[in-house]
Design a protein around this ligand. Structure first.
Ligand SMILES: Nc1ncnc2c1ncn2[C@@H]1O[C@H](COP(=O)(O)OP(=O)(O)O)[C@@H](O)[C@H]1O
Ligand SMILES: [Mg+2]
Length: 353
């Protein structure tokens, strides 16, 4: 039986520091989406925020062009809501990482236009993007996590930082509350470094998270679904150096990904349960990757963060964990599209309009 054809609008690029990562993801998703089912429209968002429709021959690699590993943003500039509206019936895949893409802003535009889209809605996207707010919700639900404080940049006086420093026993991690891909993240082991790290984080967000460095393994779980989400088998990241930084993630490709993670059956079940709990807590929909530290001989699993638009190349953790759990990359795309349509229909029924 032939399923009806579905138009997919793939949104990629974006204005965040994770622009390049998104271009790599988009090129893979477009190549993997079943051509007998999907008509693809690739819409790139340039670093300056302008929207451009990529001519099909560019992303298909026709005419001797090789799209390679990364789709470039090019083509005629368009007005965002006009181009989206011109594809009535399409499902939108926002493959945008970081602020102004993963944080609920683009999702808000899609809500206004009443279009189905892949992944979390406005609230979950915004809350998961803000590490400080997400931590407060995790704490309220009793989810175990590292000790942290979230401060506005204007509260980070040398004196306050010194008090903070004197108050703890380990190295600290400093991060912009709203960012991803380890951009602006530093590990510090002296008060002088702390002040420098705060300034580095403040380049990306006025809100800054300062937390204890955890000595533990990094375990991640892929979650998929709307009202009854399921969790994949967990995976493990072993950074090649001090911590899993931007270079390790995207440049050197040196970190080791182990899927499934070597855990006991009880640990596997526990981390999957925690992942689904956290996912529901932030009201995630569609997909998210939930990241943990495992402090062995200590507090056990500590939740670190939720990524509502995780890295999505075939060698990224999210698809790899589903592959190991029996769901192939193309089947995962089909499932995400189905979930987007399901959510859209359910929301229409539940909102009086
Ligand atoms: N509290 C912490 N203890 C130990 N390592 C950490 C801590 N916070 C972050 N890291 C390291 O830094 C990396 C990036 O930090 P993370 O909070 O995941 O931010 P991002 O959203 O940029 O991925 C993590 O994958 C981990 O290697
Ligand atoms: Mg992370």
């Amino acid at each position: 039986m032939n399923a009806p054809r579905q138009t997919l609008v793939v949104l990629f690029g974006g204005q965040s520091a994770e622009h390049d990562v998104s271009r790599v993801t988009a090129s893979h998703v477009i190549r993997a989406a079943d051509p007998s089912r999907y008509d693809i429209i690739a819409v790139g968002i340039d670093r300056d925020g302008s929207w451009k429709v990529s001519p099909a021959h560019e992303w298909r690699g026709e005419g001797g062009r090789d799209t390679g590993e990364s789709l470039s943003v090019g083509g005629a500039e368009v007005e965002p809501s006009a181009v989206l509206r011109s594809h009535a019936g399409a499902v939108v895949m926002p493959l945008l990482h970081g602020p102004l893409g993963e944080d609920g802003t683009v999702q808000g535009l899609l809500e206004l236009l009443d279009m189905p889209y892949v992944g979390s809605g406005v609230l979950a996207s915004a809350v998961a993007m803000d590490k400080g707010v997400a931590k407060r919700l995790f704490a309220e639900a009793g989810l175990p996590q590292a000790r942290s404080v979230t401060m506005h940049h204007d509260e980070c006086s040398p004196r306050n930082l010194l008090v903070l420093w004197d108050d703890h026993a380990t190295d600290l991690f400093v991060k912009p509350a709203n960012m991803g891909s380890s951009v602006g993240v530093s590990r510090v082991s002296s008060p002088e470094e702390l002040a420098v790290a705060v300034e580095a984080a403040a380049r990306y967000d006025n809100w800054i998270v300062i937390e204890e460095a955890v000595r533990g393994r990094e375990i991640e779980v892929a979650v998929l679904g709307n009202r009854n989400p399921r969790a994949s088998l967990p995976g493990e990241i072993t950074p090649s150096k001090d911590f899993y930084d931007y270079e390790d993630k995207y440049v050197d490709d040196a970190a080791t990904l182990t899927v499934p993670a070597r855990l006991t059956e009880a640990q596997t079940e526990e981390v999957r349960r925690l992942a689904v709990h956290a996912y529901g807590l932030l009201r995630c929909e569609g997909m998210a990757r939930v990241d943990f530290f495992l402090e062995e001989d200590g507090r056990g699993f500590l939740i670190n963060e939720i990524n509502t638009i995780p890295g999505f190349t075939p060698i990224s953790m999210y698809p790899k964990m589903w592959e190991a759990s029996g769901l192939s990359y193309p089947a995962l795309i089909d499932e995400l599209v189905r979930l987007a349509l399901e959510r859209h229909t359910a929301r229409r029924r539940s909102t009086d309009r």
